[in-house]
Write a protein that binds this ligand. Structure first.
Ligand SMILES: N[C@@H](CCC(=O)N[C@@H](CS)C(=O)NCC(=O)O)C(=O)O
Length: 241
C-alpha cells in the first residue's frame, strides 16, 4: 500500500493519475494548505520541503523499510520504475519523456505558479509581476504547442509520465487569464488525456469540495492563512530544527 499525502491541486493530481494508471493500491492522507496542516514536524519527516504531494511506499521493491518520496517529478519516476509503466523502454523515447518531465517541473510549473501568485494572490497593482509571469506562461505554452505539433498525440510518442506531469498545469490556465483555445494542439492533447478513465478516477479521488478553495479567481486569505502560504509560518516550518 502507498500513502499519498496530498492537497486538492494539480501537482497532487499528477500522482493520483499515475497511481490509477498503474493500478497501484493507495491510501489518501489529506491536508489543507491554507490552514497549514502540512507545516508540521511529522510531515517534515516525510518531506523535508513541507510541500505536497509526497508518498510513502510501505512495500518498496527491495523489500526493505518504507520509502518516502517527495517532488511530483521524482514520485512519477519512482512509480514508473516500480510499475514498469509509462516511461518508455526505448532509450531515445525514454530520454524524450525525461526531458519533458524535467521541463515541466523546472519551467512550466514554477513559472505558471508565479503567474497564479501575481494574478490571484498578490496585493493589487503588481503589474510587473503579472506581465512577467503571464508572458513567460504564454511562451511555455507556445513551446508545448510546438512540441505537440511535432510529436503527435503525446509528448514522447506514447502517453507517458511527461504528459501526466504537464496535464494539470496546462488545464488550469483560465485562472491566469490565458484561453487555451489559442493553443489548439495543446487543447486537443488535454482533451485526450482528460478522457482517460484513470484520469477521471484520479480527479474524483482527490479533487473534492476543498478544490474550490484553490480555484477562486481572487482568494481572500486571513492573515493566518497568508502566513501559512507565503509568510512567517511557512518560513518557521523550514527553520524548525
Ligand atoms: N515542485 C513541487 C511543488 C510542490 C508544491 O508547491 N505544492 C503545493 C501544492 S500544489 C504546496 O504544497 N503548497 C503549500 C505550501 O507552499 O506551503 C512538486 O512538484 O511536488
Amino acid at each position: 500500500m502507498i500513502d499519498l499525502h496530498y492537497v486538492a491541486t494539480g501537482n497532487n493530481l499528477k500522482v493520483a493519475i499515475m497511481l490509477e494508471e498503474a493500478a497501484l493500491p493507495y491510501n489518501l492522507v489529506k491536508y489543507e494548505m491554507y490552514a497549514g496542516t502540512h507545516l508540521t514536524p511529522q510531515f517534515r519527516r516525510i518531506n523535508p520541503n513541507n510541500k505536497l504531494p509526497a508518498i510513502v511506499d510501505h512495500q518498496p521493491a527491495d523489500g526493505g523499510e518504507a520509502v518516502s518520496v517527495f517532488e511530483s517529478g521524482a514520485i512519477l519516476l519512482y512509480l514508473a520504475e516500480k510499475s514498469g509503466m509509462l516511461l518508455p523502454q526505448d532509450a531515445r523515447r525514454r530520454l524524450q519523456a525525461q526531458q519533458w518531465l524535467i521541463w515541466q517541473v523546472a519551467g512550466l510549473g514554477p513559472m505558471l505558479g508565479q503567474a497564479h501568485h501575481f494574478v490571484r494572490y498578490a496585493p493589487e497593482g503588481q503589474a510587473y509581476g503579472i506581465e512577467r509571469y503571464t508572458r513567460e506562461s504564454r511562451r511555455l505554452l507556445e513551446v508545448l504547442e510546438y512540441r505537440l505539433k511535432q510529436s503527435g498525440d503525446y509528448l514522447a510518442g506514447d502517453y507517458s509520465i511527461a504528459d501526466i506531469a504537464c496535464y494539470p498545469w496546462a488545464s488550469g490556465t483560465g485562472l491566469i487569464g490565458i484561453d487555451i483555445a489559442a493553443f489548439p494542439a495543446v487543447a486537443a492533447w488535454l482533451a485526450r488525456i482528460k478522457a482517460r478513465p484513470a484520469v477521471q478516477r484520479a480527479a474524483d479521488a482527490i479533487l473534492d469540495e476543498s478544490r474550490s478553495l484553490y480555484t477562486q479567481p481572487r482568494p481572500v486569505l486571513t492573515p493566518e492563512q497568508w502566513s501559512n502560504m507565503f509568510g512567517d509560518k511557512l518560513l518557521a516550518a523550514a527553520k524548525a530544527r
